[in-house]
Design a protein around this ligand. Structure first.
Ligand SMILES: [Zn+2]
Length: 773
């Protein structure tokens, strides 16, 4: 299974690269010699920038510039990010209890027009999203969920009066608390369950109304501590809520952490039930806990756990989120909170979890002064990216913030564009985000009228296969392509207006390619869906050589049984089993015909198959001699290995007398250019063994044993490619008959179109064998 998974990820990387890259040939890994090919991590990498709208930081540059200029400003910025190789934007749509979109729950942001509650005359969220989609940039909607204001002159009554009348907060101003010291915040009280639910509803409004790729929250749920004039920490004013809602909690800090956890957990459940494709991301403060004794990284800063009540590790461990972006805003030489120490620590936390790790990079610190002089050198952030890439658990970066990158401080924008981000990358796939047919579906008229693929027979490794979908009933159809190798669906091309898809398989196997289509903005996972089945052959190739044939009988038993007639059916079944596992199999003969030894060897050598397996049965003058033996050429290390694997498997399956794997000086071993073995399956001169060898059951046993030994040698799983049910290939003949009928089934017409090479379709086999039982 391990091998297969590695292979699949290799495919993903190549394919992704192909669909977006220009220099295709350079990206194709050589799979002929090493199947566990390492592909560059840069082909799939999250490359994001935070677009902060609070205080008009990254967008829009000023509230007073007018709508057209606001739009141009954004277009200009996303164009530049796209040109530098970015593939994602994280766009702040609520910073201060407000919104950049029309809402039932919150008021218009003052950063749009200069005045809270004023309608800017267009929907900035819809606009920003659309422009991102046009550029194939992932769009994550960023919320500061609980902050209402950071303005000391904030007036609660004024704020409440501007809320839409449909907003529950309008009836509950008591959900807002004032947290004041030398600075002043107004904050929604997370301790009140109804207030948390209100925030969830406000986020779900966006999830439901917009075709966003993700929702995103950053480091604070509770505010950063406020200090009094005497430098003492002011406690967040939630005593009343604590008394009322503490339940079994005795410690207020634990209760607050639980409030944050409950919020994240409930929000995730809502989003996953409603729109499972939406990614959920959180960008916590870069330090969870300091102390190594408590599992921290040994740093010395403030910590999200104690100072912000954010147990970011719990988000990962419970997989409430799909990605995490710790803000590691320190240099690699900053001893208090060392960048590389923290990257290593976070990478350990996500290991084995369905949560991807991207690093929050401090672009705002580049040459910005401050005590850490490392930031005066452009190499600091460049080295950080390079450091990330050495760690396979780090799947990308998000820069804070967009304008700091676009300003090309110390040439960092250029360094990304011309070097680090030069070859395009897609955002990393999240296999767990691809549920098949889930969620209640809203009926639409959108239909796939045709879904076609190149007819390449047989489908070979590293061949470009073109897929194309045609859709009716949609004004603005969006297409998404996914692949399943048996271990689950993975999106290879997210929803876009591109109806075509190119795939270069670089691992053999049995695949389904799925096309999903939907009208842009459709609430459905898809409006219509079709699948094409592909068998990709050729990762490993085998020559199977059934001994003797035609005028050459081979050994002849005392009852006049010919060896050639026993060798052939065993060999043919070996072929069937190996092909069903996706190997390329070539036969030196498939009928009762005479082939010279020289021709057998030439055949294999010209095909350059990976191995050569000659199948024979034995005879000896002494009747009592019996058992199985396998031969290899004396100087062939790989041949020896193959013979030993096959011999071992033969004895395990048959319990026959083990005559061992040994050196044999046979023509076909001597003259073949690849690891070669010759198997003697049993003695026709031994009565008992002969009786068995003549039965189909024992022949099949030998076939399985030989095939399994070969699969072991290639480190390919014996079971058929990761399927959930085992297929009893002894039923192959019966199944094949049904299979041919099945092929007439119109719902599989595409499958039979592209799969006309007589390779048995394993998906169908599973289906049919289940029906037969
Ligand atoms: Zn023979």
């Amino acid at each position: 299974m391990k091998t297969l998974r590695k292979l699949v990820s290799a495919i993903m990387a190549t394919t992704l690269f192909f669909t977006s890259a220009i220099n295709v040939t350079a990206a194709q890994p050589n799979t002929t010699n090493d199947v566990k090919v390492a592909t560059s991590t840069a082909n799939s990498e999250f490359r994001g920038a935070w677009f902060s709208t609070v205080y008009n930081r990254d967008w829009l540059s000023s509230a007073s510039i007018g709508v057209q200029q606001q739009k141009n400003d954004y277009i200009n910025k996303v164009d530049k990010l796209k040109a530098a190789g970015f593939n994602s934007v994280i766009f702040q749509i609520r910073s201060m209890g407000d919104g950049l979109y029309p809402s039932k729950y919150v008021t218009w942001s003052k950063y749009l027009t200069g005045t809270a509650g004023n309608n800017p005359g267009y929907d900035p969220l819809a606009f920003a999203l659309q422009e991102a989609q046009k550029r194939d940039l992932e769009f994550h909607a960023w919320f500061n969920p609980f902050r209402i204001s950071a303005d000391p002159n904030f007036n609660v009554n004024d704020y409440i009066s501007k809320l839409p009348s449909s907003s529950p907060l309008k009836q509950h101003p008591e959900w807002i608390v004032k947290y004041s010291g030398t600075s002043t915040y107004h904050w929604l009280n997370l301790g009140i369950p109804e207030a948390r639910q209100y925030v969830i509803d406000t986020i779900m409004e966006v999830v439901e109304n917009y075709d966003i790729d993700g929702i995103h929250m950053d480091d604070y749920f509770y505010p950063y501590p406020v200090y009094a004039a005497n430098d003492s920490k002011v406690d967040f004013p939630d005593n009343e809520a604590f008394t009322k809602y503490k339940g079994s909690f005795t410690n207020k800090a634990d209760w607050r952490r639980n409030n944050v956890n409950t919020f994240v957990k409930e929000l995730a459940a809502k989003i996953r039930a409603k729109k499972p494709s939406v990614k959920i991301g959180i960008s916590p403060f870069g330090i969870w806990k300091n102390s190594k004794n408590e599992g921290g990284a040994g740093t010395n800063g403030i910590s999200s756990y104690y100072d912000l009540y954010v147990d970011s590790k719990a988000f990962i461990n419970n997989e409430w989120i799909d990605y995490i972006v710790p803000q590691i805003y320190w240099s690699m030489s900053y001893s208090i909170a060392d960048y590389d120490v923290l990257v290593d620590w976070w990478s350990q936390q996500v290991a084995g979890k369905n949560v991807q790790l991207y690093i929050g990079q401090a672009a705002y610190k580049i040459n910005a002064g401050g005590s850490d002089t490392a930031w005066t050198n452009s190499q600091e952030i460049i080295n950080q990216i390079k450091y990330n890439r050495k760690n396979s658990n780090v799947k990308g970066s998000v820069f804070y913030s967009a304008s700091d990158i676009l300003a090309n401080k110390l040439g960092v924008y250029d360094a990304l564009k011309n070097d680090l981000y030069k070859s395009p990358a897609s955002t990393p796939q999240m296999p767990w985000k691809q549920p098949a047919n889930e969620g209640p579906k809203v009926p639409t008229n959108v239909k796939i009228s045709s879904f076609t693929a190149d007819k390449v027979t047989p489908q070979k490794l590293n061949t470009i296969i073109n897929f194309n979908g045609v859709v009716t009933g949609a004004k603005n159809p969006q297409y998404r392509y996914s692949i399943n190798d048996g271990s689950g669906w993975q999106v290879l091309q997210g929803y876009s207006s591109n109806s075509a898809f190119k795939w270069i398989p670089n691992a053999k196997g049995n695949y389904k390619i799925r096309l999903e289509v939907r009208e842009k903005g459709s609430p459905n996972q898809y409006d219509d869906m079709k699948e094409i089945y592909y068998v990709i052959k050729g990762l490993y190739s085998v020559t199977i050589d059934p001994g003797h044939g035609g005028s050459d009988m081979g050994a002849i038993s005392m009852y006049n049984d010919y060896e050639k007639h026993i060798n052939l059916p065993i060999a043919l079944t070996v072929r069937d089993i190996l092909e069903s596992r996706g190997l390329d199999v070539h036969m030196t003969r498939v009928g009762d015909e005479y082939v010279t030894l020289e021709d057998r060897v030439k055949f294999a050598n010209s095909l350059k198959t990976d191995i050569f397996v000659s199948i024979h049965n034995n005879s000896f003058s002494k009747e009592e001699v019996n058992g199985i033996e396998s031969f290899y050429f004396k100087s062939s290390v790989k041949g020896k290995e193959l013979a030993e694997k096959v011999q071992k498997s033969l004895i395990e399956q048959t319990n026959a007398n083990n005559r061992g794997a040994k050196v044999g000086d046979y023509y076909v071993l001597r003259h073949t250019n690849m690891p070669a073995i010759l198997i003697e399956g049993g003695f026709l001169s031994n009565k008992a063994e002969l009786a068995k060898l003549k039965t189909k059951a024992y022949q099949d046993k030998l076939s399985y044993a030989i095939a399994y030994g070969i699969l072991d040698y290639f480190n390919v799983n014996r079971e058929d490619v990761n399927r959930d049910s085992k297929i009893d290939l002894k039923d192959l003949a019966a199944v094949s008959a049904k299979y041919n009928t099945k092929r007439g089934d119109s719902s599989w017409s595409n499958a039979s179109d592209v799969n006309n090479d007589n390779v048995v379709d394993l998906y169908d086999l599973v289906l049919i064998s289940k029906q037969m039982k």
